[in-house]
Design a protein around this ligand. Structure first.
Ligand code: SF4
Length: 792
């Protein structure tokens, strides 16, 4: 029998006892996982601890002056946009428009600690590979370009000119432009994203994977196919007008904390809130708003009126069951429940949906959801009572095999009662990275539609490639198979973020050249190709001065509001280039005069980039003027603004989706990956997850107490977590602590990115190709000591 390949957890977290890093947000890292403490989950979020956890690390990490300059400018109209999540800003802003996690993100980026030239001599790449994400990030800001030659184990400093020359030589030496892939992270500004995709298409490929491939791709697909636009159909103000807000598969208290303020305002205006999630999360239980007296010294606001503890992957069944009840209510009282006028004028597919939902098997719904009939009845009754309903969601819905179909069921439910295109109602995917939506608008997509490519051709006089390119999963496959030889990333940490860590790292190591444009180190600088370049860039907080003066950039938030972002503090090093400058210089080095684009002008004056955006990107006409309006502007959105649906039929589509849910074999659990409170995406700020009662460690797997008993495991027992897939690879997380936690029965959770090890690369959502990180079948067994395990 061929022995299985074994892939196990790399050092993402706090599993090392090494020398001290220069600045410490949390000394726990150096102590290792043996110091892990398990307490009780909290029943409320924010309050005074939220303020302390914002300000103390900021003051310690940046000092008084830099903290004041950054925190007070954050999310202000003349300040910079928080580089963390994509939560929108209210029109009337307060002095403090940030949350604990925004403050951590700023502290992380604006730290004055820098990496000097001697670092590269002291730390070979093989050493960086053994370090945790936390340690890598804590080394400070990157300050100069560095290059690792083939066969060398060290990065060595070099000039910018030499860096661009090397990269241009490599790219121009490829047999085909499609042998290169150009990744983008959601931090990239609109201006840099537009210039980047233009360069990539002028170079000759549509290989533009991005972080959206791994998060809200399912939302984009589902919404595009049903209402014609893959974006939220609400504005910020709609939260305050809603009667009911259903928050699905989402943990705002950690991932978009200022959303709690919007939910609190909605409650004060009379809205009900329903939380649908396998785990109870503190922020959706009670919120102590630190900007209100009742949040500081009072009880705060009780948030969710109903907690629907759905099983992982059961959301699709739940939504179908609620829609079934809506149709039953209509059948009982014809003409009084559905929004007939809206359905007649604007929608298509009601008959087919009605016939399909008539077949829904309540037994299957209860098995899929793990709920009682009464829970679903209660949710349906709330939905039927409300005139204006918003449904928001995040990764808890998108990262499932049936993620696209599940979101189509959200659209079905909303359409039935006309909850799209009226105040206080709509669909709202909540994006997790500040400009991930804007980057898409600017053309960062491997499948941009012909209209966009035609506009590029008209504006710049070259014919961009028309064949679809590779997304993130396909890029890893391409690297693995040798189809992709050069991988460049404008920000981000693809090997850290994507599924199947063992496969992804092996694939990346097979590249001929890897290139990272970054502010700080992460795992993607340690797992690299034969040759590797690191190009250091300015952060969002930093002043960006070019030949024509100080520049601003622009970003789009999760509700399609576009606004400017001005850096406020001096860059940490003189040799940093902005992302726009890096792309422009790279384009000149690679393309020369091949296309008629004024790359020099792009770098000198970002208004020139915006002028072209005006001509190419739909909804961005007169961009330079609109972006200078007070607070920016809202991109047009047919479903939201006028109930016009840019689908092939011009109607919103009610869709029929066959119910499917995960059936776990006896003795297994369904595991989801999730973030701790001390992290943002793959960036680990510290090793506590205080809302869930975890301190000084990350190697935990949360399991329902009854499941622990059933599996014969004790609370806090050391365990190994094995992925259950029959593809010849044993995927395992070794040496984790089983933590008794009130998650839904049969469901478990472990932190991302550590749990990525367990998700096979080909385990993706139908249609969107998003890694299925919320539905991993695992076997949890007592930890066993093993001899050195061969890795891939
Ligand atoms: S809610 Fe999101 S965007 Fe707003 S300050 Fe917090 S992390 Fe930043």
């Amino acid at each position: 029998m061929t022995p299985k390949k074994v892939t196990t957890n790399p050092p993402f977290g706090a599993n090392q006892a090494r020398e001290k890093s220069p600045v410490h947000l949390d000394d726990a890292d150096e102590a290792g996982e043996s110091t892990l403490e398990v307490g009780s989950p909290k029943s409320w979020a924010a309050g005074v601890p939220g303020v302390l956890h914002s300000t103390i690390p900021a003051l310690a990490g940046m000092g008084v002056s830099r903290s004041r300059k950054t925190l007070l400018a954050m999310n202000q109209k003349d300040g910079f946009d928080c580089m963390s999540c994509a939560w929108p800003d209210p029109t009337h802003r307060k002095t403090f428009e940030f949350c604990e996690n925004g403050a951590k993100a700023v502290t992380w980026e604006a730290t004055p600690v820098t990496i000097g030239s001697e670092f590269w001599a002291e730390h070979p790449v093989s050493d960086l590979r053994d370090r945790s994400e936390y340690w890598l990030g804590m080394q400070g800001r990157l300050t100069e370009p560095v290059y690792k030659a083939a066969g060398d184990d060290h990065y060595r400093p070099l000039s910018w000119a030499e860096a661009f020359r090397l990269l241009a030589e490599k790219l121009n030496g490829l047999d085909s432009p499609d042998q290169a892939a150009f990744y983008t992270s959601g931090r990239t500004s609109n201006e840099a994203a537009f210039a980047y995709q233009l360069f990539v298409r002028a170079f000759g490929t549509n290989n533009l994977p991005d972080c959206s491939n791994m998060c809200h791709e399912s939302s984009g697909w589902a919404m595009g196919q049903t209402i014609g636009i893959g974006k939220a159909t609400i504005t910020y103000d709609d939260f305050g007008k809603a009667d009911l807000i259903i928050v699905m598969g989402q943990n705002p208290g950690t991932n978009h904390p200022r959303m709690l303020t919007a939910l609190e305002e909605a409650k004060e205006n009379g809205a009900e809130i329903v939380a649908v999630n396998p785990m109870p999360e503190a922020g959706l239980r009670r919120y102590k708003n630190p900007q209100k007296v009742k949040g500081i010294i009072g009880h705060g606001t009780e948030m969710a009126d109903q907690f629907v503890q759905v099983r992982l992957g059961g959301d699709m069944a739940l939504l179908q069951a609620v829609s079934t009840r809506v149709l039953a209510a209509e059948a009982a009282n014809p003409g009084t429940v559905l929004d007939h006028e809206f359905l007649r004028e604007h929608c298509q597919g009601l008959e087919e949906l009605t016939a399909h939902l008539a077949q829904v098997d309540e037994k299957a719904v209860l098995a899929a959801t793990g709920l009682q009939t009464a829970d679903i009845d209660e949710l349906a009754a709330r939905y039927l009572r409300a005139e204006k309903v918003i449904i928001t969601w995040a990764m808890g819905l998108t990262q499932h095999k049936k993620g696209v179909a599940t979101i189509k069921e959200i659209i079905n439910l909303l359409l039935l009662r006309g909850n799209i295109g009226k105040p206080g109602a709509g669909a709202s995917p909540i994006r997790g990275h500040s400009n991930v939506q804007g980057d898409r608008t600017m053309g960062i997509w491997e499948q941009m539609p012909p209209a966009f490519l035609d506009a590029i051709e008209r504006e710049f006089g070259f014919d961009p490639p028309r064949e679809h390119g590779m997304d993130s999963v396909e890029t890893i496959r391409g690297l693995r198979d040798g189809r992709v030889k050069v991988f460049m990333a404008l920000g981000g940490n693809l090997v850290g973020a994507i599924s199947d860590t063992g496969a992804a790292e092996a694939a990346m190591r097979g590249a001929e050249m890897t290139v990272q444009v970054s502010t700080k180190l992460n795992r993607s600088h340690a797992v690299v190709g034969d040759e590797a370049l690191i190009l250091p860039t300015k952060g969002r907080t930093e002043i960006d001065r070019q030949a024509t003066g100080e520049q601003f950039v622009s970003v789009e938030d999760t509700v399609c509001a576009v606004h400017p972002s001005w850096g406020k503090v001096r860059p940490v090093a003189p040799n940093l280039l902005s992302e726009v400058a890096i792309v422009s210089r790279l384009a000149r080095a690679v393309l020369g005069t091949k296309v008629g684009v004024d790359w020099v002008g792009f770098e000198r004056d970002y208004d020139l980039v915006r002028e072209h955006i005006s001509h190419v990107v739909a909804g961005c006409d007169d961009y330079n003027a609109k972006i200078r309006q007070d607070g920016g502007f809202l991109l047009p959105n047919g479903p939201r603004d006028s109930r016009t649906f840019p689908t092939p039929t011009g109607k919103a589509m009610l869709t029929v989706n066959d119910l499917e849910y995960l059936d776990r074999p006896v003795g297994t659990l369904i595991l989801q990956s999730l973030r701790s409170h001390d992290q943002f995406n793959t960036t680990i700020y510290g090793h506590d997850d205080r809302y869930r009662g975890i301190k000084k460690g990350r190697h935990v797997v949360f399991i329902n107490p009854n499941d622990l008993v059933e599996l014969g495991l004790d609370d806090e027992q050391m365990v190994d977590v094995h992925g259950v897939y029959d593809d010849g690879v044993e995927r395992v997380l070794r040496g984790f602590r089983a933590v008794s936690y009130p998650t839904a029965r049969g469901c478990a959770a472990a932190y991302y990115p550590e749990a990525n090890v367990l998700v096979p690369l080909d385990h993706v959502a139908e249609g969107s190709n998003t890694p299925v990180s919320k539905a991993v079948i695992v076997r949890v067994e007592p930890a066993r000591t093993v001899e050195a395990v061969p890795t891939m």
